[in-house]
Design a protein around this ligand. Structure first.
Ligand SMILES: [Zn+2]
Length: 317
């Protein structure tokens, strides 16, 4: 073999090894770090709920507002390149005399070309539901959860009932391209809490920074005892919890700037919770199968029924 050919082949071999290592590190690797730790104390959460009197939610509704589509490995590292659905949801808790909206998706404008589908009727129902809600909370400050607030046509009217946290507003770059216009948040007092807080009967916010600084889980206990835990984007799909695998590092490091170790700790805590308390419905941020299954099981009701709310509201007067 001529010397030059040997040199070329040697160079190619080095390149392949480097490329292979890079591919593994950024696309495939997803081992649980040894220092990952997060405590989820369901007993404490239930005690907090029990200590706050008042009617609890009677049903939980869901709207599918839009959908992204990501390669599988972006969702669960090492899962390959098949495209997977990433639906975007909004939820509404219906009480006898009030409603609470959880997560507000995003407008078609904000989603732009990133969306593979958008339901303008569902978005309109959510917008109207937000106007009538006594409380609006979000799992985190990313555009596909805060977008409906930022873009709301009557932001001044809904802001007093919107409980964004200090952490969710401290990093506006994390919400981009969603952003509040200059001045609209003047005088707004964000929610400041440590660890967990009851914000309505049967509803607890639980700090879980990692996917974003303002990430929190939202625990809901209905009047009949049904428990639902909205975990935002700690996991995009339930498979993250089952396999204990994170998104590809390319996504968490460069696009999301996640605290990967923190998210791993939360995935481990959620797996322990799911095994210890299988009756609790854990709802990841963008899992159409899980949400569809909960609709079939009657845990979630499809669509925000605004007509019923109007009747209930007028009946109270
Ligand atoms: Zn999301």
């Amino acid at each position: 073999m001529p010397k030059w050919l040997r040199a070329v082949l040697g160079g190619l071999a080095v390149l392949l090894v480097v490329a292979g290592a890079g591919y593994y590190w950024f696309i495939v690797e997803s081992n649980m770090p040894s220092d990952a730790g997060y405590t989820f104390d369901i007993g404490e959460v239930r005690r907090m709920v029990a200590a706050v009197p008042g009617d609890k939610p009677e049903r939980v509704e869901v709207e599918k507002i839009a959908a992204f589509s990501f390669p599988a490995t972006a969702i669960v590292a090492g899962d390959g390149w098949t495209q997977r659905d990433m639906p975007v949801f909004s939820y509404r808790l219906v009480y006898p005399r009030r409603t609470v909206v959880i997560d507000t998706a995003l407008s078609a404008d904000l989603g732009g070309d990133n969306l593979v589908s958008f339901d303008p009727d569902a978005y309109a129902r959510m917008t109207e539901a937000m106007a009538g809600a006594s409380l609006i909370v979000i799992t985190h400050e990313h555009m596909d959860h805060i977008g409906g607030i930022v873009e709301h046509p009557d932001l001044a009217a809904i802001l007093p009932n919107t409980r964004l946290t200090v952490e969710q507003l401290a990093h506006p770059e994390r919400s981009a391209p969603a952003s509040f216009s200059d001045g609209v948040l003047d005088g707004y007092e964000p929610l400041d809490y440590e660890k967990s807080i009851v914000v309505a009967p049967g509803v607890v916010l639980i700090e879980a920074p990692g996917h974003s600084p303002g990430s929190q889980m939202i625990y809901v206990q209905e009047a009949d005892g049904t428990e639902i835990l909205f975990i935002g984007d700690i996991a995009w799909h339930y498979r993250n919890i089952v396999t204990q695998r994170e998104r590809a590092r390319l996504v968490t490091q460069f696009f999301l700037k996640e605290d990967r170790t923190a998210v791993f700790g939360q995935l481990a805590a959620l797996k322990r919770l799911s095994e210890a308390e299988p009756e609790i419905s854990i709802v990841p941020g963008h899992d159409g199968e899980i949400v569809g299954g909960l609709v079939e099981a009657g845990v979630l009701t499809e669509g925000f029924d605004l007509a019923v709310m109007e009747t209930e509201a007028s009946a109270m007067q």
